[in-house]
Write a protein that binds this ligand. Structure first.
Ligand SMILES: [Zn+2]
Length: 191
């Protein structure tokens, strides 16, 4: 649909409720996409043939301007696991609603989140709270990287549960970012 010129922007994909089925679509529509490896684990499993070990990678992609994706991939080699995770992250790209939700700031620019939002994954829960401009992201490293890729520059965070489990923590952050649009209609976010 893109090569035929039917879809001209990433906003259209979400407006039309289309699903992203190929990672190349994301690269074509978001040319400034950046990638960060969030976590790599060695996963060991007992099988009939003995012990089998694989790497599990979690990768985030974002354009630092309102789009974020998170994905994971498993493989025998680290590099392949990262590549699979990067493809998966592209297929999961979503828009992030940003704003200046801080009553102390009121600048009106999209540097923080618009309101208090929550995300969950497994035993981890995270809350983002709008903060004034220039504060930076007050969070652990993985959350800083993901919020940075999403284009959120200032934010307070609170997290609960087993936050040291980086993959669950990263998915909780991603869940919260997805929730930035759950309270509004698509018409709101084309602005
Ligand atoms: Zn502000």
């Amino acid at each position: 649909m893109i090569t035929e010129g039917k879809v001209a922007s990433i906003e259209e994909i979400f407006m039309e409720g289309l699903r992203i089925r190929e990672p190349q679509i994301v690269d074509a529509l978001l040319p400034d996409l950046q990638e960060e490896v969030i976590n790599i684990n060695l996963v060991q499993k007992q099988t009939d043939a003995g012990e089998k070990s694989r790497f599990k990678a979690v990768v985030a992609v974002g354009n630092r301007d309102g789009y974020i994706g998170l994905g994971s991939g498993k493989a025998k080699q680290v590099r392949t696991a990262i590549e699979k995770a990067a493809v998966n992250a592209r297929l999961n790209v979503v828009p992030v609603r940003r704003g200046c939700g801080s009553w102390e700031c009121g600048c009106g620019r999209p540097h923080s989140v618009q309101f208090r939002i929550e995300g969950k994954c497994g035993g981890v829960r995270i809350v983002f709270i709008p903060s004034p401009r220039g504060l930076g992201i007050v969070a652990s490293e993985a959350a800083k990287v993901i919020l940075g890729l999403a284009g959120v520059k200032d934010c307070w965070t609170r997290s609960y549960g087993s936050t040291r489990t980086v993959p669950s923590f990263a998915y909780a952050v991603f869940d919260a970012l997805k929730n930035t649009y759950s309270l509004v209609t698509p018409v709101d976010w084309v602005r």
